[in-house]
Design a protein around this ligand. Structure first.
Ligand code: NAD
Ligand code: IPM
Ligand code: MN
Length: 360
């Protein structure tokens, strides 16, 4: 069988812990299916700053560019929080997304029935919630010009937000395409009552919408969307929005599933290549304790199998295994209602690996 190359950049904090469990899952798939994988590991984030003096060493980027897909853990931590911009782990993360042309970040928030009581929201509000946030990932205020200057009242800081028509078109088309494969409802989220970039965004969405007559489109202002996500989460199908709004709304959407430890993501460009990572960060508050939830990363592997490799059966086997283990009542601390029964990262990973079966 064709060997797929997976570049692994585990990063900092709980990154290596959760990635370790995801790799066990991939190896189990190799045992059960014809699929073959080759892993290469690279330094990235804070550990790369410590060892190589930069968060995204050239050799790590080269390795990722040569791979079929990238599996990423998380980066960042208090150790590097006061560093200059070039020596921040997060700068490496933005750099790799940009360098690999990954403009589209897909973040599904699927509510497992058995986890409804793990959410801080009422179970009846969550009923039927199954949404995807499509976040623009290589533009907007994250990548606009940033600088300091002396103003009338001392130092000033400036961040600029820029979007061009082409950047908006490609992400909006992707979101419409995804909506066509699902519930055919698209919410475009912006702040068009204030921001010029949002007014351009809305113009582009309205221009493209007639190409997708079957998709029911709504424009939602971002502040209202933040509220509606908690009030009527099940009414959303696909949400498309710019970089920073998508960052914030997807963490909010994570709580619908019970925990940020459940939210997977795929970052895609024009081709099938993709970078897969949990939505959460390096969780310095629990790093090294072996208690983090590996499910977000494991579900990111399922996304990798579907979206980059087209291994739908193996992806389904992983998702079914996660559901089976959760249905059986196993919980890491973040999703446990009774924290005294919580299991650790490795135990959760092993249970999921053990539950993976080949569809007959
Ligand atoms: P975070 O997502 O790391 O943690 C937020 C909270 O959620 C913490 O209480 C943490 O313990 C909990 N949590 C996160 N993932 C979990 C998991 N898998 N299992 C159980 N609990 C989990 O966000 P933060 O604390 O704001 O950021 C910490 C660092 O991570 C910062 O340096 C930030 O820049 C970085 N960060 C990196 C990424 C990334 O690499 N993609 C994403 C977000 C934040
Ligand atoms: C994420 C993170 C990153 C982002 C940070 C760490 C740069 O929060 O992947 O959601 O804001 O994109
Ligand atoms: Mn984020």
């Amino acid at each position: 069988a064709e060997v797929k190359k997976i570049a692994v950049i585990a990063g900092d904090g709980i990154g290596p812990e959760v990635v370790g469990e995801a790799i066990k899952v991939i190896k189990k798939i190799e045992e059960l299916y014809e699929h073959r994988f080759e892993f290469e590991h690279g330094l990235f984030g804070g550990v790369a700053i410590d060892e190589k003096g930069t968060p995204l060493p050239q050799e790590t980027l080269d390795m990722c560019q040569k791979a079929d897909a990238v599996l990423l853990g998380a980066v960042g931590g208090p150790k590097w929080d006061n560093n200059s911009k070039e020596l921040r782990p997060e700068t490496g993360l933005l750099g790799i997304r940009k360098a690999l042309g990954l403009f589209s970040n897909i973040r599904p928030a699927t509510v497992f029935d058995c986890l409804k009581d793990a959410s801080t929201l009422k179970p009846e509000v969550l009923e039927g919630t199954d949404l995807i946030v499509v976040r623009e990932l290589t533009g907007g205020i994250y990548f606009g010009e940033k600088f300091r200057r002396e103003g009338e009242h001392g130092q000033e800081a400036v961040d600029t937000c820029v979007y061009n028509v082409q950047e908006v078109e490609r992400i909006v088309r992707q979101a419409f395409d995804i909506a066509m494969t699902r519930g055919k409802r698209l919410a475009s989220v912006d702040k068009a009552n204030v921001l010029e970039t949002s007014r351009l965004w809305r113009e582009v969405v309205n221009r493209i919408a007639p190409e997708y007559p079957e998709v029911e489109l709504e424009h939602v202002l971002v502040d209202n969307c933040a509220m509606q996500l908690l009030r009527r989460p099940s009414s959303f199908d696909v949400i498309v929005t710019e970089n920073m709004f998508g960052d914030i709304l997807s963490d909010e959407a994570a709580m619908l599933t019970g925990s940020i430890g459940m939210l997977s993501s795929a970052s895609l460009g024009e081709g099938s290549f993709g970078l897969y990572e949990p939505v959460h960060g390096s969780a310095p508050d629990i790093a090294g304790q072996g208690i983090s939830n590996p499910i977000a990363t494991i579900l990111s592997v399922a996304l990798m199998f579907r979206l980059t490799f087209g291994y739908h059966e193996a992806a389904q086997a992983i998702e079914d295994a996660v559901k089976e283990v959760l249905d059986a009542g196993h919980r890491t601390g973040d999703i446990a209602v009774d924290k005294s029964t919580a299991i650790g990262t490795e135990a959760m990973g092993d249970l999921i690996v053990g539950a993976i079966r080949k569809a007959s």
